[in-house]
Write a protein that binds this ligand. Structure first.
Ligand code: NAP
Length: 259
């Protein structure tokens, strides 16, 4: 898909990957609709971008706000070509003490929000033979310790996208799942869960710009499932092919991390 003058709606655009994606899609010539709760950050980003940009403060856990978001986008541009479901929240806690409240809150943002928005946007995307992109995570396929709740929200998103892709096969609407690994944004400082369980393995984080470039590439190529780094794909493939080995390696790595 060529992006010049295409209308791209990005959620979670006020920071991190979403803000970098906004810059990358704008540089590729797209018109943008930017959504997140933080009005000031959205407006500041929008002011610095080339092309037509509409900033719509939106809480994606509120179905009325997601419906209004799509209406504003279509009202302004007359169409919608690409929906990037990027907004998300982290959650770190051992499964033994994971609270239902935290898991529910994460599901609202990571699963139910994208579902409602996609359902509302689909009639418009069908008209344009457009594309829906879900920003998932490598942990949607293989969870890490203390990220079981977060991984469950992303695994659910993965399964939704698989069904949707086949359901839309004869409509011309492409469904893309992006699985970033650790990315250097403020994500882990904002996540839900108990503070002292916020451990992480030291990995070579991607930059938000690398993830944004992967998003633009996946839009051009209408990719089915995309990774940001080859190493993310390799680690995931090995841990699925050799799950017991992955259990052991992760166990050792976390024991070593705890000293
Ligand atoms: P981030 O900087 O914390 O960005 C999260 C974005 O989501 C923010 O713009 C936030 O904006 C928005 N958001 C959160 N709750 C929202 C709500 N209820 N309604 C609307 N917007 C909401 O983190 P990021 O790293 O860029 O994360 C972006 C996506 O990448 C997420 O889906 C995350 O799961 C995924 N991911 C991240 C990593 C990583 O290591 N960073 C790795 C794999 C996947 P407001 O607060 O203004 O609403």
């Amino acid at each position: 898909m060529h992006l010049t003058q295409k209308v791209v709606l990005i959620t979670g655009a006020s920071s991190g990957i979403g803000a970098a994606a906004a810059r990358a899609f704008a540089a590729a010539g797209a018109h943008l609709v930017l959504a997140a709760r933080d009005r000031a950050r959205l407006n500041e980003l929008a002011r610095g971008l080339p092309g037509r940009v509409l900033a719509v403060p939106t809480d994606i856990t509120d179905p009325q706000q997601t419906a209004a978001l799509v209406q504003r986008a279509v009202g302004e541009f007359g169409r919608l070509d690409v929906l990037v479901n990027n907004a998300g929240v982290g959650l770190a806690a051992p499964v033994a003490t994971l609270t239902a409240g935290d898991l529910r809150a994460a599901l609202e943002v990571n699963l139910l929000g994208p579902l409602a928005l996609t359902q509302t946007a689909l009639p418009f995307l069908r008209r344009r033979r457009g594309q829906v992109i879900f920003v998932s995570s490598v942990v949607g396929l293989r969870a890490l310790p203390y990220l079981g709740g977060y991984a469950a929200t992303k695994a659910a998103l993965d399964r939704l996208s698989e069904s949707l892709r086949v359901e839309l096969a004869d409509t011309g609407v492409a469904v893309t799942l992006l699985r970033p690994g650790t990315t250097s944004t403020g994500f882990s400082t904002r996540r839900l869960g108990q503070g002292n369980e916020r451990r992480k393995l030291n990995s070579q984080a991607a930059t938000p710009e690398q993830v944004a470039a992967a998003l633009v590439r996946a839009t051009h190529q209408r990719t089915r499932v995309a990774y940001v780094k080859y190493g993310d794909w390799l680690n995931t493939a090995v841990s699925l092919l050799a799950p017991r080995l992955a259990d052991r390696l992760l166990g050792w790595a976390f024991a070593w991390k705890q000293g």
